[in-house]
Design a protein around this ligand. Structure first.
Ligand SMILES: *[C@@H]1O[C@H](CO)[C@@H](O)[C@H](O)[C@H]1NC(C)=O
Ligand SMILES: *[C@@H]1O[C@H](CO)[C@@H](O)[C@H](O)[C@H]1NC(C)=O
Ligand SMILES: *[C@@H]1O[C@H](CO)[C@@H](O)[C@H](O)[C@H]1NC(C)=O
Ligand SMILES: *[C@@H]1O[C@H](CO)[C@@H](O)[C@H](O)[C@H]1NC(C)=O
Ligand SMILES: *[C@@H]1O[C@H](CO)[C@@H](O)[C@H](O)[C@H]1NC(C)=O
Ligand SMILES: *[C@@H]1O[C@H](CO)[C@@H](O)[C@H](O)[C@H]1NC(C)=O
Ligand SMILES: *[C@@H]1O[C@H](CO)[C@@H](O)[C@H](O)[C@H]1NC(C)=O
Ligand SMILES: *[C@@H]1O[C@H](CO)[C@@H](O)[C@H](O)[C@H]1NC(C)=O
Ligand SMILES: *[C@@H]1O[C@H](CO)[C@@H](O)[C@H](O)[C@H]1NC(C)=O
Ligand SMILES: *[C@@H]1O[C@H](CO)[C@@H](O)[C@H](O)[C@H]1NC(C)=O
Ligand SMILES: *[C@@H]1O[C@H](CO)[C@@H](O)[C@H](O)[C@H]1NC(C)=O
Ligand SMILES: *[C@@H]1O[C@H](CO)[C@@H](O)[C@H](O)[C@H]1NC(C)=O
Length: 731
């Protein structure tokens, strides 16, 4: 090896050692990395050898404190350098001042002179300030072409000037072109009106970053000819495009694991680290350890960093790609086989093994117990139902009992976030800091197991932003557990029926929630691969996230309807007050039952009243009937929630009420479909605000009387649970 090569190799090795020590190096070793608090990343530098070429030289004047960085040897002060091709500098102001008699007292221009990098045409604007002002700019672009333009700012009466608006009254602004290198900004006046000079003796013109200058009335007088403002310039490497530069790698600035892109303003190119890497692309792009940051990796459990990427894997006994956005992890076939073969075989195996390894006995007993639970909890049923479907069940994950115990601090009381008819909901925090809601069934009887399995099957088919996402389940415990995404703001019911919350719950939000819920139901009825009837639509089953976005939940009693079947005969199930009377009488479940229940939710949103109340007069017991009779007697306005009556758009409210009425029709076939309801609600949301007009009444329908006539003639068992009345009727 030739000694020169050896030297180069040694230098390279040394450089690698140094740079791996200073892992986040943004500058060359031995070079000054900042001047007066302004960081100077390579390709910029302060001394020979520290910058890429002379255009990237920064002069740091250290005779002042704090030191001030200047661009090359100019008087241009540098404020900030970004690695993404921007640099902020300070530019001066052009001023033109007059005496009361109209004589010009002083005038200065503003000059911006750059050698290589142009002013940013996207971030900067030319501003003119004054009441009798023309701001001119004369510029030269990188090809030497001349450019001249200007804007006028005028105000005959100072009271017409408004803060924050730069529209030609007191302030004007115009964009600047690309490739602008040198400019002169000057100021002139429009008229010799001395009255204006008295209150506003000066006019100004300057180039500045649009975001760093907010015009206020005070600026007519508080700007001085010494004021300086930040403006932005676009830097890039050299004169060539990426394609040209790559031909000669000797001068090519982009280092390994980076890519090149052309500057959008001016000549030259820039570099950026490739995906999976970070750092200074002009020096070194380093691998990002995605596993360290839960926001960067999509692994459910095990994460292994690789150079430039990462891989996920599943724990022992599970298979799949282990990715949240992929197949996830599912239990190995082996487990199925063990369960199918049954306890008998496993006992023989267990005895044999525990004979050899006595100390393993206890653990195995636990495993066996878990298997028993798995079986008892419908694991087989679940696997069968999931296996019968075309699409892979990518979303749902099967959690281990330990994971959930750990996440909920052994199902500690303090982690309880809700109690419903069917179980308790705990808040769980997993090892990777994700938060989830864990639903634990209350007791184990077979009908509930089926509901539980149903929920898993139904939810794993749905992927909709307004549906609570099922993250997975655990079958190894005595009672089955479901793991959901955490929805932070509680139920819609708690918002509607809480005096304090209801008052701040605007009409707009209510309408949006109604439209979102209708959208989900419409999607369930029509768009999903097999139509789904929710069967238990109620305000208690609509959760709200931190933005008050609706998330429909509780698919425990949902039904999948094969496409060739429009209605199915079932045991009547639902919640008092929301239950479709036709379904109650005929036991024929159709998607129109959801339409009825949705109608009740709509009325709840409008009136703020509970679907059933036992404390009012008899005729107000059922909200649906009370609402229909109020509509008939044209008393809608009286039963509306106070805040809606006050702030709601009358036309919208009236139309929504009418829509609610059609949903509550006794005959299912006369009700609109959920799709029609969803479309109508979207349309109504688009309606602008109109003043309250007395809407003529044409509620001639008498259906509600029929509704009143229906008595609950079926045997019902009621169960009051918190403020959630759930009941199930037996045929
Ligand atoms: C420069 O800008 C970056 C973001 O663009 C910011 O993080 C940094 O603090 C700024 N530095 C100075 C000295 O203003
Ligand atoms: C540094 O700034 C001081 C004060 O502004 C000035 O007198 C001096 O000439 C500057 N030095 C350099 C090297 O520009
Ligand atoms: C910009 O101004 C500098 C200094 O006056 C001058 O050397 C350069 O040629 C000018 N650039 C253009 C494109 O006119
Ligand atoms: C300026 O406008 C205000 C209100 O718009 C008015 O009261 C005032 O008389 C006007 N002044 C002049 C000089 O027109
Ligand atoms: C304009 O803004 C300034 C502060 O930025 C404030 O003092 C002044 O009262 C505002 N004037 C009006 C009319 O809003
Ligand atoms: C304004 O008046 C001055 C002297 O009174 C005169 O020199 C100047 O040309 C006038 N300017 C305009 C724009 O009329
Ligand atoms: C200008 O106003 C916007 C919003 O009104 C604000 O975000 C920004 O910080 C303000 N900029 C300055 C320099 O005050
Ligand atoms: C404009 O006026 C505001 C006060 O209203 C002041 O904070 C700001 O610095 C002024 N802008 C300039 C460029 O002087
Ligand atoms: C700046 O304005 C002041 C008066 O406000 C004036 O005395 C001074 O000469 C002006 N400076 C320049 C450079 O024009
Ligand atoms: C552009 O190319 C010319 C000729 O090769 C060179 O003199 C000049 O320095 C280059 N400009 C930049 C900004 O690299
Ligand atoms: C490649 O660039 C180097 C320095 O930038 C220069 O010396 C050399 O002549 C160039 N080679 C070609 C083939 O252009
Ligand atoms: C990382 O790996 C995944 C899966 O193999 C692949 O889809 C993705 O494109 C890779 N990302 C990068 C930046 O190479």
């Amino acid at each position: 090896m030739d000694p020169k090569e050896t030297l180069v190799l040694l230098a390279a090795l040394l450089w690698m050692m140094i740079s791996s020590e200073t892992s986040q190096a943004t500058h060359l070793p031995g070079c000054q990395d900042n001047c007066g608090g302004v960081s100077i990343p390579y390709p910029f530098g302060t001394s020979e050898g520290c910058y890429f070429n002379e255009y990237f030289q920064i002069t740091c004047n250290t005779t002042v404190t704090p030191p001030i960085p200047y661009l090359r040897s100019s008087k241009i002060e540098v404020l900030n350098i970004s690695l993404y091709g921007h640099m902020r500098i300070l530019t001066s102001v052009g001023a033109d001042c007059y005496s009361k008699s109209g004589a010009r007292e002083s005038t200065t221009g503003s000059f911006g002179v750059l050698q290589a990098f142009p002013f940013s045409n996207t971030r900067n604007k030319l501003f003119g300030i004054g009441c009798n002002t023309i701001a001119y700019i004369r510029g030269v672009d990188i090809r030497g072409q001349i450019y001249v333009t200007g804007c006028v700012s005028w105000c005959s009466n100072i009271s017409s000037v408004t803060n924050g608006s730069c529209n030609g009254i007191g302030c004007c602004q115009i964009p600047i072109p690309e490739n602008l290198l040198n400019y002169t900004a000057t100021v002139g006046s429009v008229s010799n009106d001395t009255e204006i000079w008295e209150s506003n003796p000066c006019g100004f013109s300057f180039l500045a970053e649009e975001d760093s200058f907010n015009f206020t009335i005070a600026n007519l007088t508080n700007i001085k000819n010494t004021t300086r403002l930040p403006s932005s310039i676009n830097w890039a490497i050299g004169n060539q495009t990426c394609e040209e530069a790559k031909k000669n790698l000797t001068g090519y600035a982009c280092k390994a694991n980076s890519y090149c892109y052309d500057s959008s303003n001016g000549r030259g190119y820039l570099c950026n680290c490739s995906a999976g890497y970070m750092g200074n692309p002009y020096l070194r792009c380093q691998d990002v350890d995605e596993c360290e940051d839960p926001n960067l990796n999509k692994c459910l459990k095990k994460c292994q960093n690789t150079i430039g990427n990462y891989t996920c894997s599943c724990p022992k006994g599970y298979h799949g790609d282990g990715r949240k956005d992929g197949q996830g992890c599912s239990a190995d076939q082996l487990l199925d086989v063990m369960i199918v073969v049954g306890v008998g075989t496993s006992v023989i195996v267990l005895v044999a093994v525990s004979g050899l390894l006595y100390f393993g006995h206890k653990k195995r007993k636990l495993i066996k117990l878990k298997e028993k639970y798995f079986q008892q909890n419908g694991g087989l049923m679940l696997q069968k139902r999931l296996a019968g479907r075309e699409e892979p069940t990518s979303a749902a994950k099967i959690y281990t009992a330990e994971e959930l115990e750990k996440a909920t601090n052994n199902f500690d009381e303090s982690n309880i976030i809700g109690r419903g008819g069917y179980g308790i909901v705990y808040k769980g925090i997993f090892a990777d800091n994700t938060v989830a809601a864990i639903k634990k069934s209350r007791t184990i009887d077979n009908s509930q197991i089926e509901q539980f399995i149903n929920e898993v099957v139904v939810l794993s088919q749905i992927n909709h932003r307004n549906v609570v996402k099922l993250l997975g389940c655990c079958l190894e415990t005595e009672v089955p557990l479901l793991v959901y995404e955490c929805v932070s703001n509680g139920t819609l019911s708690s918002y509607i029926h809480d005096r304090n919350k209801a008052a701040t719950f605007s009409w707009e939000t209510r309408l949006r929630i109604a439209a979102e819920t209708a959208g989900v139901l419409s999607y369930l009825h029509s768009a999903a691969s097999m139509p789904i009837i929710h069967r238990d639509v109620k305000s208690n089953n609509i959760l709200l996230d931190e933005n008050h976005t609706a998330k429909v939940s509780d698919f425990g009693s949902s039904r999948l309807v094969p496409l060739d079947q429009a209605q199915i005969s079932t045991m009547v199930q639902g919640t008092l007050g929301y239950l479709d009377p036709e379904y109650l009488l005929t036991s024929q479940l159709t998607e129109k039952s959801d339409v009825y229940s949705f109608g009740v939710v709509l009325v709840e949103l409008l009136t703020g009243k509970r679907p059933v109340s036992f404390d009012g007069p008899e005729e107000e017991r059922s909200l649906a009937m009370h609402f229909l009779s109020a509509l008939k007697e044209d008393r809608l306005f009286q039963i509306l929630e106070d805040c809606i009556a006050k702030e709601g758009n009358a036309e919208q409210v009236d139309k929504v009420a009418r829509l609610g009425k059609t949903c509550l029709r006794v005959k299912g076939e006369e009700r609109p479909t959920m799709k029609e309801v969803a479309m109508e609600l979207e349309r109504l949301r688009m309606l602008g605000k109109h003043p309250w007009t007395n809407v003529e009444s044409n509620y001639e329908e008498t259906e509600y009387l029929q509704v009143l006539g229906i008595k609950f003639s079926v045997r019902c068992s009621y169960r009051a649970e918190e403020d959630d009345l759930t009941f199930s009727c037996l045929d």
